[in-house]
Design a protein around this ligand. Structure first.
Ligand SMILES: [Zn+2]
Length: 50
């Protein structure tokens, strides 16, 4: 299965990573900065990634 490295946050921000681990950490960083109080697990982040 191809690694998921991109996701579009519902707020309109595009997050991209070098690989799945990088994408998850970047997505969690965006959530901390832009959406305080919203937390997603690795599985949840990868579920909405492509
Ligand atoms: Zn966002």
């Amino acid at each position: 299965m191809r690694a998921k490295t991109r996701l579009n946050c519902p707020c309109g921000v595009h997050v991209a990573g070098a690989d799945e681990d990088d994408l998850v950490s970047r997505a969690q960083e965006h959530l901390r900065e832009a959406h305080p109080g919203m937390e997603y697990s690795r599985d949840e982040i990868l579920f909405i990634s492509y």
